[in-house]
Design a protein around this ligand. Structure first.
Ligand code: NI
Ligand code: MN
Length: 228
């Protein structure tokens, strides 16, 4: 069965693949882009890209209720455990790790990672996922454009989920350059229109993606999905 991606809103994503449900950066409480509540979230795995509050979000509450393990770098894992997450799993840059839903590799990101209480959240990252059916999905996390996206692109991407909000991350111009380096079949813009500081025109960006690349852009409203 093909994986189904749902844009929860801002930097929060849901992926359903082979009977597993993963939430990436579960920012629900205080996220202006979603009407979900923390109790609405059902998942088997929680992935966290970095320590910022709009990414660790409600990971602990969701982990406690669902029993889902949190996957993140070692410092974020240690912090989540200290806050009460029942199970965590460390991941490091560059090595594949195998999980019931497929394989996962942490990718680099140029950004910060301080945790909500100011403690050090290690290095920020993104995730390259390969489902059990071999579809490859790249969640960039919060990042600037970097040239090594070309190396991630060489892995062959079915879907790339990229920030376009500007200010904290790549804006539309650099996200378009990212699509040219990553060469994904499908691309979803994220991390924009949450607050005025990251206001962007997703449809205008999608038009540029269509005109200048072979990728198919999907401009999703919070709660909307695309099946690969
Ligand atoms: Ni951030
Ligand atoms: Mn963010």
């Amino acid at each position: 069965m093909s994986p189904k991606y749902t844009y929860i809103g801002h930097g929060t994503h849901l992926l359903q693949t082979g009977g597993h449900t993963l939430i990436i950066d579960p920012f629900i409480n205080g996220n202006p882009a979603t009407t979900l509540t923390v109790d609405d979230v059902e998942c088997n795995f929680i992935l966290v890209t970095h320590g910022h509050g709009d990414h660790v979000g409600d990971a602990v509450a969701i982990a406690q209720r669902t029993g889902a393990p949190c996957i993140a770098n070692a410092k974020v894992c240690k912090w989540l455990e200290a806050q009460g997450a029942p199970k965590t799993h460390n991941i490091y840059f560059g090595g594949w790790q195998t999980f019931p839903f497929g394989r996962l590799k942490m990718t680099i990101a140029f950004h910060g990672s301080s945790l909500p209480d100011g403690s050090d959240g290690g290095s920020p990252g993104g995730y390259l996922m390969e489902t059990n059916e071999k579809e490859r999905i790249y969640f960039a996390g919060d990042t600037a454009l970097f040239g090594d996206m070309a190396l991630i692109g060489e892995e062959g991407l079915d879907l790339a989920v990229l920030p376009i909000g500007d200010h904290y991350t790549m804006g539309p111009d650099d996200a378009l350059r990212a699509v040219k380096l990553l060469i994904p079949k499908h691309v979803v813009p994220s991390h924009y229109n949450t607050w005025p500081v990251v206001a962007q025109d997703g449809e205008a960006w999608a038009k540029r993606v269509k005109a200048e690349t072979k990728a198919t852009p999907h401009v999703l409203k919070p709660g909307e999905s695309v099946t690969l």
